[in-house]
Design a protein around this ligand. Structure first.
Ligand SMILES: [Zn+2]
Length: 83
């Protein structure tokens, strides 16, 4: 069983997040920095809870996927967080 992922990990791995609407007909995406997320939810907030509660501002669908955008360093590029 893997440890729970929390928002503090975003700061640790130095990346920001794109949230993409979970609706197959929408795909609306919103960019959030980890500073914004931690300010809103706190460092101990679990990312799977965040994905489950994100509500699309375009279609109203609840539930989103998270894609990581690394700020700098050898890990520059895109990653996937969770399932
Ligand atoms: Zn949507």
């Amino acid at each position: 069983m893997r440890p729970e992922e929390t928002l503090s990990q975003l700061r640790y791995i130095n990346c920001d997040v794109w949230f993409t609407c979970g609706s197959a007909h929408c795909w609306h995406a919103v960019f959030k920095t980890y500073d914004e997320l931690i300010a809103s939810y706190g460092e101990t907030y679990e990312t799977h809870r965040l994905k489950a509660r994100m509500k699309c501002t375009r279609c109203g669908h609840v539930g989103a996927t998270m894609s990581l955008q690394y700020r700098q360093g050898p890990g520059t590029g895109w990653g996937r967080l969770g399932g």
